[in-house]
Design a protein around this ligand. Structure first.
Ligand code: COA
Length: 186
C-alpha cells in the first residue's frame, strides 16, 4: 500500500549517515517525550550509542523528510552483537540460532522506529518496515526478527500486516514482556 503522505510532501525513506546524527537525536528525544505508553520504548543505558551503531558499524538507518525536516527514522541491525540490543532480545536470537531454526548469518533485526507525533497514522512506519526488509533481503538477510511491547498496538499491527508473526513472549528481569516476531523468509 502507498504512503498516505502525499509524494510531494514526503521523500521516500533514504539511508541516513553520520551527518544526520544530531537530527536523529532531536527526533528521538521528541518521540520519547511523547510516547503513547511508556512501555512502547524503554530507553537503554546509552541511546546515543544505539543511533551511532546503526549509522554503519552494526546496521543502517533510513529516514523520511518533509522538505529538509526529518519526520521519521527506522534502524535495521545487521550485526546483532554490536547493535546494543536488549540483552534478553539478544539472548533470544542467539538461542534460536543455536537450538532453533534461525540462521544467524542470514538474520537482521528491525530495531528502532520513530515517527514524529504530528505525522503518525500516515503509513510512514509501514513504509519503513518495507524499506528495511528490502535492504535486508538485498543483502542476503532473509531471517528478519523484531521485538514489540504488548502496549504498542500500532507497531504490532503494522508488523503483522507486513507478514510478521509472534513466535514467543520474552520476559525481562524488571517484569516487562516483549513479543518476539519473525518475518516470512523471502
Ligand atoms: C509505532 C509508530 C512507529 C507507528 O508509526 P505510524 O507511522 O504512525 O504508523 P502507521 O501510520 O504506519 O500505522 C498505524 C497503524 O496502526 C493502527 N493502529 C493505531 N492504533 C491502533 C490500536 N490501538 N490497535 C490496533 N491498531 C492500531 C492504525 O489503524 C494503522 O493501521 P492501518 O493503516 O492498517 O489502519 C509511531 O506510533 C511511533 O513513533 N511511536 C512511538 C515510538 C515507538 O513506539 N516506536 C516503536 C518501537 S521502536
Amino acid at each position: 500500500m502507498e504512503s498516505l503522505v502525499p509524494k510531494s510532501l514526503a521523500t521516500p525513506f533514504h539511508q541516513l549517515g553520520q551527518a544526520d546524527f544530531a537530527e536523529i537525536v532531536q527526533l528521538r528525544d521528541h518521540v520519547l517525550a511523547s510516547l503513547p505508553h511508556p512501555d512502547c520504548y524503554v530507553s537503554g543505558p546509552d541511546e546515543d550509542a544505539v543511533i551511532q551503531a546503526h549509522l554503519g558499524q552494526a546496521g543502517v538507518t533510513f529516514g523520511a523528510r518533509i522538505g529538509s525536516r526529518l519526520i521519521a527514522y527506522a534502524a535495521l541491525s545487521l550485526d546483532i552483537d554490536d547493535a546494543h540490543l536488549d540483552p534478553e532480545f539478544h539472548h533470544a536470537i542467539v538461542a534460536r540460532s543455536v537450538n532453533g531454526d534461525l540462521a544467524r548469518d542470514r538474520c537482521a533485526v528491525l530495531a528502532v522506529a520513530m515517527v514524529h507525533a504530528d505525522f503518525r497514522g500516515r503509513h510512514l512506519h509501514r513504509e519503513a518496515i518495507r524499506r528495511r526488509l528490502q535492504f535486508a533481503r538485498a543483502n542476503g538477510r532473509s531471517d528478519i526478527v523484531a521485538m514489540v511491547s504488548p502496549h504498542n498496538a500500532p507497531c504490532l499491527h503494522n508488523l503483522v500486516a507486513e507478514g510478521f508473526r509472534v513466535q514467543d513472549v520474552i520476559g525481562f528481569p524488571d517484569g516487562r514482556e516483549r513479543y518476539f516476531l519473525r518475518g516470512n523468509p523471502a
